[in-house]
Design a protein around this ligand. Structure first.
Ligand code: PEP
Length: 256
């Protein structure tokens, strides 16, 4: 955790969820409506097909709704893509950019991720910018250099605590059940914090840095307690409301 920073527990549904899954959004919206919501923010990023109806379902709750990607342009001939303006038009308030699956499946570069984050800012969305090393980079002991490069090249100069969240997701930890040790996460998050403060000053102290990669109810409390871990980006375990709410509720004890 970081002093005076409101943690964010964010769920990334990826390409999962049809209308049947809206009952999970409803249950999560209800489940995060208690007093903990004053201290901890909750967000679900469903597939784009469920975005508009999800924001409608979450209207009277503290649950935020976001998207999983946006195009860097405002509009135009980009078949299959959605713009940041379209997300805002559906009342989404966040967009994930640079997830490793986009970087791998679609060849997205740091420069493109940065352009997407800038498009998000222009639409008044908060960008969750994902970074993280591959297994090979970790084995070669390049984790911190990779994080430095990705922060420099993926995060726009206009980043602030309001419009930007960083998600540190070691690629090898996503969907594998593996996580770095608490000490490794502590070192990586401290490194990113120092880098953000060096570049953005006071804003860099407040930009939330999430950990992502095999977060589940059984490890959430330990992971969320680490210095400079300001919440989680959760994939698989966000699909079931009970699991997502159990992760969110880890903060009941941590902030008691
Ligand atoms: C993710 O894809 O952002 C993620 C962290 O997935 P999982 O929690 O399933 O590892």
């Amino acid at each position: 955790m970081t002093p005076d920073v409101r943690p964010l527990v964010a769920g990334n549904w990826k390409m999962n969820g049809t209308r049947d899954a809206l009952s999970q959004i409803k249950a999560i919206a209800e489940g995060v409506s208690g007093p903990l919501s004053q201290k901890v923010e909750a967000l679900i990023c469903p597939p784009a097909t469920l975005l508009y109806v999800s924001t409608a379902l979450a209207t009277d709750s503290p649950l935020s709704i976001g998207a999983q990607d946006c195009h860097q342009a405002v509009s135009g001939a980009h078949t299959g893509d959605i713009s940041a303006d379209m997300i805002a038009d559906c009342f989404g308030t966040y967009v994930i950019v640079g997830h490793s699956e986009r970087r791998t499946d679609h060849g997205e570069t740091d420069a493109l991720v940065r352009a997407k984050a800038e498009a998000a800012f222009a639409a008044d969305l908060t960008a969750i910018i994902c970074i993280g090393e591959t297994a090979e980079e970790r084995q070669a002991e390049q984790t911190l250099q990779v994080l430095k490069r990705q922060l420099l090249e993926s995060v726009p100069d206009a980043a602030s605590a309001e419009n930007t969240v960083i998600a540190y997701e070691p690629v090898w930890a996503i969907g594998t059940g593996l996580t770095p040790t608490a000490e490794d996460i502590k070192i990586a998050h401290q490194y990113m914090r120092d880098d953000l403060v060096a570049r953005f000053g006071g804003e860099g102290k407040k930009i939330r840095i999430l950990y992502g990669g095999s977060v589940k109810p059984s490890n959430a409390a330990e992971l969320m307690a680490i210095d400079n871990v300001d919440g989680a980006l959760v994939g698989g375990a966000s699909l079931k409301s009970a699991d997502f709410l159990a992760i969110y509720s880890a903060y009941e004890t941590l902030l008691a």
